[in-house]
Design a protein around this ligand. Structure first.
Ligand code: SAH
Ligand code: DHB
Ligand code: MG
Length: 222
């Protein structure tokens, strides 16, 4: 659970900006559908948008859509002829996301691909042979090592790859914690750190979503 002060500070930071009825409505739609409240926070949505803008992303891949909250943040950074592809295993989440992206006026720029990501990624590669400028990994943690390989496969020099939830309340350093999600996270971190030709940094985070962290990698750098 997040400490109250982390949530208060997140609320304060977000309150510095105008309210956003479209994104508020997305969170409401997720609540109404009993989806877990595991969207990125508003502050993180902003930060991811800064990162996507910093590489002038015209093409974005997200793995793990949920209700489309983060997809909307990221798709808003795209030029009108840009595109975002987001992968979602759950049919209910895919349907809710499509409706939310439509309501946000982003349906033309975004494709929600329904199905387990490891099954849909081969066709994503066929459809997008040039790969993506920005990739956000945020689906099942067990598969992060596989998503890392796919992200590299779908990258070009300059692609930025960001992964969510790499700290998980510090569980990542608890040697007694061998939950498959934590093992997947550790294998991912080890693979990213060891990857030749990719430069990776890590950021521990606190906020409305508790204590966690992000990795940020740039392809084609040493
Ligand atoms: N990026 C979203 C949150 C994603 S939550 C946001 O911040 O708004 C993780 C999502 O990954 C869930 O919707 C879950 O259904 C989906 N998921 C889990 N396993 C998956 C898989 N194998 N392939 C694709 N999506 C998966
Ligand atoms: C979980 C998944 C997430 O992507 C996240 O940001 C927080 C929690 C989860 O599966 O518990
Ligand atoms: Mg996440």
């Amino acid at each position: 659970m997040p400490e109250q002060i982390w949530t208060d500070v997140d609320d304060y930071l977000v309150s510095l900006f105008p309210s956003d009825p479209i994104l508020d409505r997305v969170l409401e739609s997720a609540d109404q559908a009993d989806l877990p409240n595991i969207h990125v926070s508003a502050a993180q949505g902003r930060l991811l948008s800064v990162l996507a803008r910093s590489v002038e992303a015209r093409s974005i891949l997200e793995i793990g859509t949920l209700a489309g909250y983060c997809a909307i943040w990221l798709a808003r950074t795209l030029p009108t002829d840009g595109h975002l592809v987001t992968l979602e295993a759950d049919a209910k989440c895919a349907a809710i996301s499509r409706a939310n992206l439509e309501a946000a006026g982003l349906a033309e720029r975004v494709t929600v691909v329904e199905g387990a990501a490891l099954e849909t990624l081969p066709a994503v590669k066929t459809d997008h042979p040039a790969g993506f400028d920005f990739i956000f990994i945020d689906a099942d943690k067990e598969s992060y090592p596989d998503y890392w390989r796919w992200a590299l496969e779908l990258s070009h020099p300059g692609t930025m790859i960001v992964a969510d939830n790499v700290v998980r309340d510090g569980r990542v350093v608890d040697s007694g914690d061998d939950h498959p999600q934590i093992l997947g996270t550790r294998r991912f971190l080890e693979a990213a750190a060891a990857e030749p030709g990719v430069f990776t940094g890590f950021l521990q985070t606190v906020g409305a979503k508790g204590y966690d962290g992000l990795s940020v990698s740039v392809v084609g750098q040493t």
